[in-house]
Design a protein around this ligand. Structure first.
Ligand code: PLP
Length: 446
């Protein structure tokens, strides 16, 4: 793309430092400037329309033009644009949404604490895990187990639990207390001749071996996304989550389920914990909680997690944590309305009903000579490409992603996978349109 002086692209290059790009490359190429959105589509400044096959960043469940959310935000801004939840003060929207989350949680939960991003929520959950261990007099029980290819955000603790080198390198991370166990992706880490069952047993043994090596009394919590998203949509093999929970229970280790991507319908159930029979102590949610119309996230904790923390705050005199925007009234009002719409329109059911079509479409694309395989659950999936001979790892998926963009589809390449996570409002016909773009793009790069 030629950058015209003083154009919006040129001003973007001049003034913004962007996340998740090669900054030197960005100085030359700039980015695609999106101007408006409607349904599953977004439009750039030249008027070109794209299917947003990633729902933004795995998050815009209701699509890009939900008027009810705009109206609720306006009404709340006019009534009470800001208030906090500190120092014995509170307000209606945060109370209403907390109640709704407790009532809809997949397992009995006790309390909700609001934050504004997935990273903040994971960071807070981590701090609370440490606070709780101290409350219980377990001063050595502080280590946290994340997984290779897991993603939990970019703040210091969240990035440390994340198992992706790009989020560690040159940031002096991970922190020493964060350790990582094997990734449960059979496609990527299964050995030659190893069955999926044997793979699962090996990965579970890795986890138990790590716990025993470190000392179970030093391990406080295990962190996991039910389906790994940013690692490349990595679905767990059968029996994996049951096995993990058996090991954690044996050694009294807390389970934190990071449902920042999966929560609120993505896997065809309200929570992926229901899809995979996971019983977490802490549930971390964000993204689809407000369809990302407002920054909002939360941790939802059970009683065995909450009680020691309440005792410790009583001993100290205060729970010394909180953000200016914790439970922000506009964000929580929008979140509440968003979840009501997800329920009223049965968008969780939509994801469940369209799963077969969505995964079937991906499987069909995987028959292309350039493709290796496909995977997914509900309305989240990936097409794994065959690596190109002589090319750098990831080049095939990057080329396909660029070709999709030319064809009018935004999706995301992660290593050799092309990821799809469309808005939950997508229809069967729109899934056909989305995959028709991919089919044309595959032929283009072939
Ligand atoms: N956890 C998971 C599973 C995520 O996918 C993400 C973001 O993609 C995060 C946490 C971090 O959320 P945020 O970008 O809002 O900080």
């Amino acid at each position: 793309m030629t950058i015209v002086p003083n154009s919006i692209e040129a001003r973007d290059i001049a003034y913004q430092l962007h996340p998740n790009v090669n900054l030197r490359k960005y100085e030359k190429t700039g980015g695609l400037v999106i101007e408006s959105g409607d349904g599953i589509y977004v439009t750039d400044t030249s008027g070109k329309r794209y299917i947003e096959g990633m729902a933004g960043l795995w998050s815009v469940a209701l699509g890009f033009g939900e008027k009810r959310l705009a109206e609720v935000a306006k009404a709340q801004m006019e009534k009470l644009p800001y208030y906090h939840t500190f120092s014995y003060k509170t307000h209606g929207p945060s109370i209403d949404l907390a109640e709704m989350l407790i009532k809809m949680a997949p397992v009995p939960m006790s309390k909700v604490h609001f934050t504004s991003s997935g990273s903040e929520a994971n960071d807070l959950a981590c701090k609370m895990v440490w606070y709780r261990s101290n409350a219980l007099g377990l001063k050595d029980k502080k280590k946290i187990i994340g997984r290779v290819k897991g993603y939990h955000g970019v703040t210091i603790a969240s990035a440390s639990i994340t198992g992706l080198p790009r989020n560690h390198e040159s940031f002096d991370l991970p922190l020493d207390r964060m350790i990582h166990t094997s990734c449960p992706s059979y496609v990527h880490f299964g050995l030659e001749g190893e069955s999926e069952t044997e793979f699962t047993a090996r990965i579970l043994k890795d986890l138990e071996d790590l716990i025993l090596k470190e000392g179970p009394e030093t391990i406080a919590a295990f962190w996991g996304e039910p389906v790994m998203g940013a690692g490349g949509v990595l679905t767990p093999p059968a029996g994996y989550w049951e096995g993990v929970q058996e090991i954690l229970n044996k050694y009294d280790i807390l389970l934190v389920a990071d449902e920042v991507i999966c929560g609120f319908g993505r896997t065809g159930k309200m929570f992926a914990c229901e899809t995979f029979n996971i019983k977490p102590d802490v549930l971390v949610v964000s993204k689809q909680i407000s369809s990302s119309y407002m920054p909002l996230s939360a941790i939802i904790v059970n009683d065995r997690f909450y009680q020691p923390i309440a005792d410790e705050s009583n001993r100290i005199g205060v729970f010394g944590h909180g953000f200016t925007a914790s439970g922000h009234p506009v964000a929580t009002a929008v979140g509440l309305e968003n979840l009501k719409i997800i329920q009223e329109r049965d968008l969780v059911g939509n994801a469940a009903r369209l799963e077969e079509k969505f995964l079937g479409g991906l499987a069909k694309l995987a028959e292309h000579p350039l493709a290796h395989s496909s995977r997914g659950v509900g309305l989240i999936g990936a097409l794994e490409m065959k690596p190109w001979e002589g090319a750098a790892a990831g080049d095939a998926a990057a080329a396909l992603s660029a070709a999709c963009e030319e064809e009018g589809l935004i999706c995301r390449n992660v290593a050799e996978a092309l990821c799809f996570c469309p808005p939950l409002i997508i229809t069967a016909e729109q899934i056909d349109d989305m995959f028709a773009c991919v089919a044309r793009a595959l032929d283009k790069v072939a």
